[in-house]
Ligand binder design. Structure first.
Ligand SMILES: Nc1ncnc2c1ncn2[C@@H]1O[C@H](COP(=O)(O)OP(=O)(O)OP(=O)(O)O)[C@@H](O)[C@H]1O
Ligand SMILES: [Mg+2]
Length: 277
């Protein structure tokens, strides 16, 4: 099995696991990049994340899977329906009390993990300044950064550049949850997150909701910070009277990517199927 594909310029490419999309990206997204998937509800963002995680696991990459939307077992069930069996890989949830006995293949950060980390951070703040305790929320950017770093520790992802560790995939589904009450902070938060969690050997896929009413990404800042933007949408259902989905690569650094939209279908047993428009 090929672990990575190399483009003609020697950039290491990370397969997303959807054949037509990988092809549209000269083999995949550049290793170490941060790619945002934007789009309104139901367009297939979470399913694209599942493909990305599954392709990685099959290639031997461990995955840090942050989900703010569902419990991980729901992600596994959705994956199973689409022909991707995640249950064959070992899972460790950072919310668990016990330490992992062996190196896991998937480290899950769900709302329970974020709650646990938020409690730990608040406890630490109490010890440092008992008279004025800072309380951390589960859905705050500081909590997310700490949780991802905890997941990196489990997988022994080092901070030093050039260290020869394995390639790791990071999924954050979704980022919008972290600025739900203050979308103007999106750019600052995204920047903070990237500074604190970016590694050369970590390739990240992050989702962001797009408000169909205003046509504004919910927290537009993330798209500027990202190395790549994959946008998904659907035609107005009242006009076309069906769910007709589309995907386009809006931006991908270091890549002569396809510039036309794809029709997207979601099929049981297969997941996302892309066809040229
Ligand atoms: N087994 C299946 N077969 C066919 N289509 C499916 C199947 N499972 C899910 N879908 C389709 O996928 C859609 C969900 O896609 P997904 O969860 O990726 O959307 P999303 O963009 O993440 O939405 P949100 O912003 O609400 O999280 C469902 O609404 C349904 O139309
Ligand atoms: Mg989703």
């Amino acid at each position: 099995m090929f672990l990575y594909l190399f483009s003609r310029f020697g950039v290491r490419r990370v397969s997303i696991g959807v054949e037509a999309l990988d092809k549209a990206l000269e083999g995949g997204i550049p290793q170490g990049s941060w790619v945002v998937v934007t789009g309104e509800p139901g367009v297939g963002k979470s399913i694209l994340c599942i493909h990305f995680a599954y392709a990685g696991l099959r290639a031997g990459d461990p995955v840090v899977y942050v989900t703010t939307e569902q419990e991980f077992r729901d992600v596994m069930e959705q994956a199973r329906q689409l022909g991707m069996d995640l249950s064959q890989f070992s899972v460790f949830n950072i919310a668990w009390r016990k330490e992992p006995e062996e190196l896991p293949e998937i480290v899950v950060v769900d709302i329970f993990g974020l709650l646990k980390v938020a409690r730990q951070l608040t406890e630490r703040a109490r010890e440092e300044s008992p008279e004025k305790v800072r309380r951390y929320a589960a859905l705050s950017i500081d909590t997310l950064i700490e949780a991802i770093n905890e997941a990196y520790e489990v997988l022994a992802v080092a901070k030093e550049r050039g260290s020869p560790e394995r390639h790791v995939r990071l999924v954050i589904d979704s980022m919008s949850a972290f600025w739900v009450d203050k979308p103007v902070m999106a750019r600052k938060y995204s920047y903070q997150l990237k500074i604190a969690t970016h590694r050369d050997n970590v390739t990240a896929l992050l989702t962001s909701q797009y408000a169909p009413t205003t046509r504004q990404a919910f927290g537009f800042g993330l798209e500027h910070i990202a190395d790549g933007v994959i946008h998904m949408w659907m035609d107005d259902v009242e006009t076309v009277k069906e769910v007709r989905r589309w995907l386009i690569v809006k931006k991908m650094r270091m890549t002569a990517h396809a510039t036309r939209a794809f029709r997207v279908k979601i099929e049981s047993g297969r997941g996302l199927v892309l066809e040229p428009a």
